[in-house]
Design a protein around this ligand. Sequence first.
Ligand SMILES: Cc1cc2nc3c(=O)[nH]c(=O)nc-3n(C[C@H](O)[C@H](O)[C@H](O)COP(=O)(O)OP(=O)(O)OC[C@H]3O[C@@H](n4cnc5c(N)ncnc54)[C@H](O)[C@@H]3O)c2cc1C
Length: 288
Amino acid sequence: MKPSLFEYSAPSSVAEAIEALSGDPGAMILAGGQSLVPAMNLRLASPTRLVDLRNVSGLGETVIEDGIIRVGAMVRHRDIELNDAVHQANPLIREAMKYVAHVPIRNRGTVVGSLCHADAAAEMPLVLLVTGGSVTAEGPGGRRDIAAADFFQFHMTTTRAADELIVHANIPGLPKGAGYAFEEFSRRHGDYAIAAVAVIVQRGSDGTVDAASVGACGVGSKPVRLSAVEEAITGTKMSADDIKTAAQSSQDYVSAPDDMHATTAYRRHLLVNLVRRALSSAEQTPAS
Ligand SMILES: Cc1cc2nc3c(=O)[nH]c(=O)nc-3n(C[C@H](O)[C@H](O)[C@H](O)COP(=O)(O)OP(=O)(O)OC[C@H]3O[C@@H](n4cnc5c(N)ncnc54)[C@H](O)[C@@H]3O)c2cc1C
């Protein structure tokens, strides 16, 4: 398989990249190429121009400031997976990253590329959603922040405008002492999730849950917050019965139709069990 013909630009600044995007409505950004290049080879994507970010300065940095982890557009999955400062600030990221493809793919694929690709079963969009993070887009009109809840629209569709570049993702650190967990089921290690669940819980000194953020991917057309689960577990002491009841309320969030991987009924069963496991393990894994 080979791609259709395309032009190639290798800008050296964000301004040049935006100019290249603005000048060609069929242009697409190339980051790590781990999703786009296979899609081009299969002719699922046929950009008229590739705008390669490899030479753009300033996009390869990860900075932690005021509790927010700012991940530049060319930061690879593996860079933040192995970054101990990132792990200290938000240990959920490393938990989730173990499920993202395989090491060679994580060596090339970027975090921001994964967010922009917006596969409904991808792990990093879910992490951005449950942590209440955002992305920063830059286009001809300047910069804007887009909250994760507003960014992911549908499978492989975001609210980024065609002439905008996502310059960085903003992932909040976890609140001190919060419990966290990431649970996933896929057919083979490294495959996209059939369903995955991320949990963050904050508990008071007597063990009562003060706040919970719970989300899932793979169960619909975009990652979703399981607000019924969040409400059900908040105010409880996370007993086995509390967790079981809260997990049960997740099944209505499955909107994916039957497909070659799983039926809707199976995904419901899976989601309830993944939520139960994630809440149980978050109860036992407070952040350092
Ligand atoms: C065999 C295999 C298994 C995989 N398994 C998983 C998995 O289990 N979970 C998972 O999450 N991913 C998986 N992936 C995908 C991998 O994580 C990709 O690296 C990631 O999805 C895209 O990152 P990239 O840097 O390679 O982006 P690219 O492929 O370069 O780009 C992806 C899309 O994002 C756009 N884009 C990239 N950067 C920007 C930007 N800064 N601004 C605006 N648009 C941008 C591109 O135009 C393109 O549309 C797998 C890939 C392979 C090949």
